[in-house]
Design a protein around this ligand. Structure first.
Ligand code: PXP
Length: 250
């Protein structure tokens, strides 16, 4: 029997619009609660060092009232560790972070910082937080993630999403399929995300070893026209259709 596929909704860009004027609206917590009611299985908030979108009070307010789960995305810094240990979200996803980037541009180099990340993961694990490492679809990085005891990885789908033609897209998809199957065979739970949209998510949702997909920008963009609940319902429908009713021709 096929495993279910879950949708995590990233509401950072609701906060981006709010921060453009520095006021109270639109509120990412309000959006997160709407997304939950529409069928989101979890909500992601990325607390960046420069606080460009999500603010500390957003994660505090949402953690206090969520009926799904909070996936707190952070860089592996001491400041963020203290915040995660205070808030105790269900999940923490560790991402690389550069001040000058527009969004999270690549996966973590787990191999290059194994000792530091092993300690970081174990600190979070001690608080019963499920830790995920955001990495490129690369076997050596996956092996390193398993070695340091991370229970979950999130595969960066950006190169697939940004592929310039069908050949490139097929090659990136093949990488993601084999990376996901390999991670699953090592006992890791496999999530994926970045750049997923209404027109490219089904190929990823079809991959049976993937557990959860995290989507932000395309949902918030669609919400401008249809409202967030409609956008979330449609994304989830596409994912479920691909998971349960996929055929080689899809
Ligand atoms: N997963 C991770 C780890 C991310 O950093 C992001 C972007 O914030 C996403 C998923 C969602 O990407 P997008 O906004 O392109 O859907």
């Amino acid at each position: 029997m096929k495993q279910p596929i879950f949708l995590g909704v990233n509401v950072d860009h609701v906060a981006t619009v709010r921060q453009a004027r520095g006021g109270l609206y639109p509120d990412p917590v309000h959006a997160a609660l709407q997304a939950e009611i529409a069928g989101a299985d979890g909500i992601t908030m990325h607390l960046r060092e420069d606080r460009r979108h999500i603010q500390d009070h957003d994660i505090e307010r949402f953690a206090a009232c969520t009926q799904s789960k909070l996936n707190l995305e952070i860089a592996a810094t001491e400041e963020m560790l203290a915040i995660a240990k205070k808030i105790k979200p269900h999940d923490v996803c560790i991402v690389p972070e550069k001040r000058e980037e527009l969004t999270t541009e690549g996966g973590l180099d787990v191999i290059g910082q194994q000792n530091k990340l092993a300690e970081y993961c174990s600190e979070l694990h001690n608080d019963d937080i499920f830790v995920s490492l955001f990495i490129d679809p690369n076997e050596a990085q996956i092996e390193a993630a398993a070695r340091i005891g991370a229970p979950v990885i999130e595969i960066h789908t950006g190169r697939y999403a940004e592929a310039k033609n069908d050949t490139e897209r097929a090659a990136e998809l093949a990488n993601i399929v084999s990376a996901s199957d390999y991670a699953y065979s090592l006992g890791l739970l496999v999530n994926a995300g970045h750049g997923l949209q209404f027109n490219n998510i089904q190929r990823i949702a079809e991959i049976e070893t993937i557990h959860e997909l995290n989507v932000g920008h395309s949902l918030v963009a669609r919400a401008m026209y249809t409202g967030l609940p409609e956008a979330v319902k449609e994304m989830k429908r596409l994912m479920v259709e691909a998971r349960y009713f996929s055929s080689p021709a899809l």
